[in-house]
Design a protein around this ligand. Structure first.
Ligand code: AMP
Length: 287
């Protein structure tokens, strides 16, 4: 049985009881419209923790004024069924007023400097401050031993890791691999916005990432040239690329000539739907 709670006092009571029983607590923060990617996080959490709570909260603080907050899919009844099936112990479904009682304007914010302004942060100013703030609040409210995130949101996971380190928060993080459709398209709650043509176009995102990764593995090191090639491939597929960057995944800064551990980060629009994806790649050591 998945217990549903929607207030902070009820959450504290429930989790205090679990802690009193000596149970470890795993937290899976989500915005709902759950798919197999989310389920993989819950399954991993169940394997590692005694009590697993999934939060479902479409966080207004991380959406820009012209973004899709209002039409973001909200499918709570179906989500509850998914969580029951995944044997999730509890689901936290707070209202906006429960988490932002003083309103959004007055909310104290958590901001990871500089890295929050790159890549997705450049196209979505303030987005990662909204993400870090809500995740920090959820950590404070539930005080989990372990929190589970998807590496599909690579920059997000990097920034949350940095926040946890900088604020010396007493929990550990787990980053899980991206779950994909058979076509290679990364599962996302926003895929539901795509029509058949756009869904087809969107397969070019992972294909392009894989192509560029292959070139790097084969020794190609002209990263600006590879980025231009990738943008061209995305556009040729009918997408509107936002960015494609070869990034040093140890620092999240743009890769330089000595970078070996890389991640390719990209975002592209299919119609008006913005999709993100990434792949990690090891550059060969030159002899
Ligand atoms: P969201 O509901 O989109 O905010 O995502 C909630 C969590 O699920 C985040 O940690 C995401 O990185 C993760 N997630 C989303 N899509 C996937 C996916 N395709 N594979 C694995 N994890 C995912």
């Amino acid at each position: 049985m998945t217990v549903q709670i929607d207030t902070l006092p009820a959450l504290r009571l429930l989790l205090a009881e679990q802690r009193r029983q000596g149970k470890s607590i795993g937290l899976v923060p989500t915005m709902g419209n759950l798919h197999a990617g989310h389920v993989s996080l819950v399954t991993c959490a169940k394997a590692q923790c005694d009590f697993v709570i999934t939060s479902i909260f479409v966080n207004p603080l991380q959406f820009g004024p012209n973004e899709d907050y209002a039409r973001y899919p909200r499918t709570l009844p179906a989500d509850k069924t998914v969580l029951e099936t995944a044997d999730c112990d509890a689901v936290f479904t707070p209202a906006v007023a429960e988490l932002y009682p003083a309103g959004l304007e007055q909310q104290t914010r958590i901001s990871v400097p500089h890295l929050s302004t790159l890549y997705c942060g450049k196209s979505r100013p303030g987005h990662f401050d909204g993400v870090c703030t809500i995740v920090c609040k959820l950590f404070n409210m539930s005080q989990p031993d372990v929190a589970f995130f998807g590496l599909k949101d690579f920059q997000q996971f990097f920034l949350i890791s940095r926040m946890v380190a900088d604020l010396q928060l007493p929990l550990s993080l787990v980053g899980m691999p991206t779950i994909r459709e058979a076509s290679g398209l990364a599962m996302s709650s926003r895929n539901g916005f795509l029509n058949a043509d756009q869904r087809e176009q969107a397969t070019a995102i992972f294909a392009t990432l894989q192509h560029i990764a292959r070139l790097i593995r084969n020794g190609e090191r002209d990263f600006p040239q590879l980025e231009r090639l990738a943008l061209g491939q995305l556009a040729a597929a009918g997408l509107r690329p936002d960015y494609f960057h070869v990034v040093d995944r140890t620092s999240l800064l743009p890769a330089h000539s000595q970078s070996l551990e890389l991640v390719l980060l990209t975002a592209a629009y299919a119609g008006s739907t913005r999709l993100i994806d990434n792949v990690t790649v090891e550059a060969p050591v030159h002899g």
